[in-house]
Design a protein. Structure first.
Length: 111
């Protein structure tokens, strides 16, 4: 019996292809006002258009810097990525080193 190829997806942060099982799927959930929040979908079951990201703070920061979430999800306007940032930070193993500043804390603030 022939082996089936694993589905591959592209990370919106680093733009590298990886098996879908290694990437975190996210969807944009909107409210009645038209504001969208990025919600992690580790079970890959939420309805709607999804985008994939390595569960790594560096990929997350790169995607925020490039404004890749709106393009990948085909949404105009500002996206709240707070819940996704918390999920990505929670996925990062602790190394016993001093805490680093949160990636999402600097996003959206004027410099």
């Amino acid at each position: 019996m022939a082996r089936r190829a694993l589905p591959e997806r592209t990370c919106v942060g680093c733009r590298k292809r990886a098996p879908a099982s290694e990437l975190l799927r996210m969807v944009a959930v909107g409210d009645e006002v038209g504001h969208y929040r990025l919600r992690p979908d580790p079970a890959r079951r939420l309805p709607g258009r999804g985008a994939n990201l390595h569960p790594d703070p560096a990929c997350f920061a790169q995607a925020v810097r490039r404004r890749a979430f709106g393009r990948a999800l085909r949404i105009t306007g500002v996206l709240d990525h707070g819940p996704l940032a918390e999920h990505v930070d929670a996925q990062t193993p602790t190394t016993g080193q001093p805490d680093r500043p949160r990636v999402a804390s600097k996003v959206g603030r004027p410099t």
